[in-house]
Design a protein around this ligand. Structure first.
Ligand code: ZN
Ligand code: ZN
Length: 259
């Protein structure tokens, strides 16, 4: 199955689950902005995912060659000989930590935050929101991933499985599903915790819960905020009225704004 097949199957599964077991009852599928966010899904989930997967694979191969020639590739580091399951686990943990660091930067560096605001303009959460982000985020996230890919020696197959798991978990974090993880919530992220990342108020800090698949990093580094039985009063970011409506308006906004 190609990534596109997975993307379609995962999206259909979430449409079905959100209809059958919605957390917030009465939230319509065709909420305002749904079609615009489908455009983000097609662009970020399919078109740009294909381009960056190719570029990343090429960069990782080039980087491996460079590191080998420079004698910097430690013999104990590569995981290429490990069974697929172990490669997936190792690459998932390392790449998730790298992405947690990048997500911190997206909030803390003003020019990166202007791009990340597109994602934080979400006011109604459902799985499609996972794909509502500016393409610049793909550039920043994915360029941070080719080095660990090269250093670890993870196979293309392992990187593919991690990409599919990342899509499922990203969709889940934004889905209108009430997944109670219990004590596992100290390790894994979920919709209840990520909802607080989209909180418009600064309760518990202006930004919290940067985790993608694992919440472990937030609990370890003190950025976790999760009143388990409550939801934020409003989603978004202060001053979000500045964000234009419409796919192309949102894509152009951070670029034109900087100029
Ligand atoms: Zn964020
Ligand atoms: Zn989000």
């Amino acid at each position: 199955m190609s990534y596109l097949h997975w993307l379609i199957a995962i999206s259909l599964a979430f449409v079905l689950l959100e209809r059958l077991r919605p957390w917030r009852k009465g939230q319509p599928l065709l909420r305002p902005g749904f079609l615009r966010d489908l455009g983000f899904l097609a662009l970020n989930g399919h078109v740009l995912a294909l381009v960056t997967a190719g570029v990343n694979g090429w960069l990782a191969a080039e980087a491996t060659g460079l590191l080998q020639r420079a004698g910097l590739l430690l013999p104990a580091t590569p995981i290429a000989g490990w069974p697929l399951g172990a490669q997936v686990a190792a690459f998932l943990v390392v790449s998730d930590f790298v992405q947690w660091c990048v997500h911190n930067l997206l909030h803390r560096v003003p020019w990166l935050w202007s791009f990340h605001k597109v994602h934080h303009a979400i006011t109604t959460m459902d799985f499609v929101g996972n794909f509502r982000f500016h393409w610049m985020e793909i550039v920043v996230y994915k360029s941070a991933l080719w080095l660990p890919l090269a250093l670890l020696g993870a196979s293309g197959e392992a990187a593919f499985v991690v990409a599919v798991v990342g899509t499922i978990w990203g969709d889940l974090n934004h889905a209108n599903l009430d997944l109670r993880l219990g004590p596992l919530g100290y390790v894994l992220n979920g919709p209840r915790m990520h909802l607080w990342h989209h909180d418009q108020s600064d309760e518990g800090g202006a930004a919290k819960n940067y985790g993608i698949v694992l919440s472990l990093w937030d609990h370890l580094f003190g950025t976790a905020y999760w009143p388990r039985e409550r939801s934020p009063a409003a989603l978004g970011y202060p001053g979000m009225q500045e964000m234009p409506q419409g796919l192309f308006g949102e894509l152009a906004w951070p670029l034109t704004r900087r100029r």
